[in-house]
Design a protein around this ligand. Structure first.
Ligand code: CA
Ligand code: CA
Length: 580
C-alpha cells in the first residue's frame, strides 16, 4: 500500500517536472501570430500567410549593418534541401530538416536542446527531394510530418514522442512534407489540418483535421469528386458529383494532392487549401475539368465541407499543380486573397465566396493560355496542349510542345509575402519553359503515374529566377530582381520597408520593398531554399533562415539542373541581428 502511495506521488512529481517551463502555445497565440513580434508560432508568420512583420528596428536605413548572431549545423550525412520555416517561442527555435528530422535550439545561443530523427523505412517515395517544410506548435507540442506519411507530435521541451499517427501507406506513394496548419474550431477545439503528398503516383488528395491534443481524426475531405468524406468516424458527404468532370474510373486514382498544406483566415473562419495536378499528366485520357484538381478550395473547419472552389487550371495538361498558398489580404475594404499559380498567372479572389476579382501574368511569355476570361478561366491555346499519343502514328508519343512556364512553375512551393506597408505581393518567380509530350500510361500502385515526358529549358540568357513586386490592385509588376539560378526560397516583408529572401547561390538578401534595390546580402555557404522569419528577442530584432541547397530543381530540372550542378549542399540555421 505504502509502495503504491509512493509510486503515485512520484508519478505526480514527474508529471509536474515534465510540464514545460515554456508557456504552452494557445490557439489564440496562433490566430494573433502576425501581430505579436516576440514569437513566430505558425507557418506563414500568421495563419493568413502574409509573412509580414510589424517590426521596424531593422530597416532600409540600417540593414547594411546586419551580421550573423549565431549558426547551427544540421550535421550528419543528410545534407539535402532545407525548406523549413523556423518557429520561435520563449527563446526556443523549432525547425525541421531533410530526412524528416526536427530540432529545438536555444534561440539566443544556437545551442541544440534536442534532436528528433524519424527512422525512415526503405522504399519511401518522395517525389522531389527528402525535404520537410516545417512543423506546428500547439499546447506543449511540436508536430510535424514525415516522408513515410506519418504525423509525429513531440514534447516541445524534451523532443520525446507524445503521439504518432499514420496518414497513409508510403508504399503506394503517399508521403508528407508540408508544415501542418493549426486552426480553431468551436466544436472540436484546436485542429491539426494536413494534406497528403504523392500526386505523381495517382494517390487521392485529401485534407484531414485531427484533434491537435491526441491526433485523433475528426474529418477528412477528399479533393477529387466522387470520393466520400468522413466526419466523427462516419461517412459524411461526397466531394462533388461522381463523373461530373471526370470520365470513367480515372477519378479513382485522380491525384489532386494537397501537398503544400494550407492557410487559415480567422475573419471568414475558412481553411484555404490548394490541390495538385490531376493524374496522370496525360490530359487526353481525362477530358473534363477534373475537379477539384489544380484548384483552391475553402473548407469549413467545423465539418470539413467545401464552401467554395476556384480552379486555376481545369483539365491541366502541364503539371500546373494548384497548391500554391492563398494569402488573405484587405483590398480596399474587400476581403480578398492572392495567389501566384504554377501556371504563371496571379489571381485575386474574393475570399468570402471564391469569386474572381482579377488575374494577370506574373511571368513573361506564357504559352499554354492566351489569357483569362472574365471568370478567371484560362483561354486555352489548343496548339500548345500536348496531343493524344493514342492518335499518333505508333501510338507511343504525342506531339511535343514548348510550354511556358515549365512544370516546376512560374512559382513553385516557395511562399510569397504580402506587405501591409506597400500593399504589394512579393513573388519568388521563375521564368523557364519545357519540351513536353504525352505517352500512354496505366495506373500501378506505387509507380510513377505520369504518361508524359519533358525537359526543362531556360528561356533567357541572364536569369531564370525573378523576384517580382506585384500590385494586386492593378496587376502591375512594380519591380523585378533577376537571379541567374531558379529561386526556390520563401519571402519575408517587414514594416522596416524590407523584403528578405534567399537565393540558390547562397545569398540572403534584404531589398528595399519600394524599389527592389539590394541593401544587404550575405553568403550563407550553401543555397537557400528555406523561408526567413523575423522576431524580437531581448529588445533586438532577429532574422533567421535555413541554408541548404536542394529541392526539386536539381532532380527534375533537365537542362536547368546542369546549370546549378556546381552549387554546394549544406544544412545550417543562420541567425542575424544588428550589433548593439
Ligand atoms: Ca508572433
Ligand atoms: Ca505535380
Amino acid at each position: 500500500m505504502r509502495k503504491w502511495i509512493l509510486t503515485a506521488s512520484a508519478l505526480a512529481l514527474s508529471v509536474a517536472v515534465s510540464q514545460p517551463s515554456l508557456a504552452d502555445v494557445t490557439i489564440d497565440d496562433i490566430v494573433k501570430d502576425a501581430e505579436t513580434t516576440g514569437d513566430v508560432v505558425s507557418n506563414g508568420m500568421g495563419p493568413q500567410g502574409q509573412r509580414f512583420s510589424p517590426l521596424d528596428k531593422i530597416n532600409t536605413g540600417n540593414v547594411s549593418k546586419m551580421v550573423p548572431a549565431w549558426t547551427m549545423s544540421l550535421g550528419g550525412e543528410k545534407m539535402r534541401g532545407q525548406e523549413s520555416q523556423p518557429l520561435i517561442k520563449d527563446g526556443v527555435m523549432y525547425i525541421t530538416g531533410s530526412y524528416s528530422r526536427a530540432w529545438a535550439i536555444d534561440a539566443k545561443t544556437g545551442d541544440e536542446l534536442w534532436q528528433y530523427d524519424a527512422r525512415l523505412p526503405e522504399g519511401i517515395l518522395p517525389c522531389c527531394d527528402v525535404i520537410n517544410r516545417g512543423g506546428a506548435l500547439i499546447g506543449n507540442k511540436f508536430i510535424f510530418g514525415t516522408l513515410d506519411a506519418k504525423l509525429v507530435a513531440l514534447d516541445a521541451k524534451t523532443g520525446k514522442v507524445v503521439w504518432k499517427k499514420k496518414i497513409d501507406d508510403y508504399k503506394k506513394g503517399y508521403s508528407y512534407t508540408a508544415a501542418p496548419l493549426i486552426v480553431p474550431s468551436e466544436a472540436h477545439g484546436p485542429l491539426l489540418v494536413t494534406g497528403v503528398s504523392g500526386g505523381e503516383f495517382g494517390i487521392i488528395g485529401r485534407v484531414e483535421a485531427r484533434k491537435a491534443e491526441t491526433g485523433d481524426l475528426v474529418w477528412s475531405r477528399p479533393t477529387i469528386e466522387g470520393h466520400m468524406g468522413m466526419l466523427n468516424g462516419k461517412e459524411s458527404t461526397m466531394t462533388g458529383k461522381k463523373n461530373e468532370s471526370w470520365p470513367g474510373d480515372l477519378w479513382k486514382t485522380g491525384g489532386a494532392a494537397t501537398w503544400l498544406g494550407g492557410t487559415y483566415d480567422p475573419e471568414t473562419k475558412q481553411i484555404f487549401m490548394g490541390t495538385g495536378n490531376p493524374a496522370p499528366w496525360n490530359s487526353a485520357m481525362r477530358p473534363g475539368d477534373n475537379k477539384w484538381s489544380c484548384a483552391r478550395i475553402a473548407i469549413n473547419p467545423e465539418n470539413g465541407e467545401i464552401n467554395w472552389g476556384f480552379q486555376t487550371t481545369p483539365n491541366d495538361g502541364w503539371d500546373y499543380d494548384g497548391v500554391n498558398e492563398l494569402v488573405s489580404f484587405d483590398l480596399n475594404g474587400t476581403k480578398a486573397a492572392g495567389t501566384a499559380d504554377r501556371n504563371g498567372f496571379f489571381y485575386v479572389l474574393n475570399r468570402e465566396n471564391g469569386k474572381f476579382i482579377r488575374g494577370f501574368p506574373f511571368v513573361s511569355k506564357i504559352t499554354w493560355a492566351k489569357g483569362l476570361d472574365k471568370n478567371g478561366r484560362p483561354i486555352f491555346d489548343p496548339a500548345n496542349r500536348p496531343s493524344d499519343p493514342a492518335k499518333s502514328k505508333d501510338g507511343k508519343k504525342g506531339s511535343t510542345v514548348f510550354a511556358i512556364p515549365s512544370f516546376l512553375g512560374g512559382k513553385n512551393w516557395m511562399p510569397i509575402s504580402y506587405s501591409k506597408q506597400t500593399k504589394l505581393f512579393y513573388v519568388p518567380s521563375n521564368e523557364w519553359g519545357m519540351d513536353l509530350w504525352n505517352e500512354p500510361v496505366t495506373y500501378k500502385a506505387g509507380a510513377a503515374y505520369l504518361g508524359a515526358g519533358f525537359t526543362i529549358k531556360p528561356i533567357f540568357d541572364d536569369h531564370i529566377g525573378a523576384l517580382k513586386a506585384v500590385d494586386p490592385a492593378t496587376g502591375k509588376i512594380v519591380w523585378t530582381m533577376k537571379n541567374k539560378a531558379p529561386l526556390w526560397g520563401g519571402v519575408l516583408t517587414t514594416a522596416g520597408g524590407l523584403v528578405i529572401t534567399g537565393t540558390p547561390e547562397g545569398y540572403l538578401k534584404a531589398l528595399d520593398a519600394k524599389t527592389g534595390k539590394v541593401l544587404w546580402k550575405f553568403n550563407t555557404g550553401s543555397g537557400i531554399v528555406g523561408t526567413p522569419v523575423t522576431w524580437e528577442q531581448d529588445g533586438e530584432q532577429m532574422v533567421s533562415v535555413l541554408s541548404g541547397w536542394g529541392g526539386a530543381v536539381p532532380l527534375w530540372g533537365g537542362e536547368v539542373a546542369k546549370t546549378v550542378a556546381h552549387l554546394n549542399q549544406g544544412g545550417m540555421v543562420w541567425t542575424f541581428k544588428i550589433p548593439k
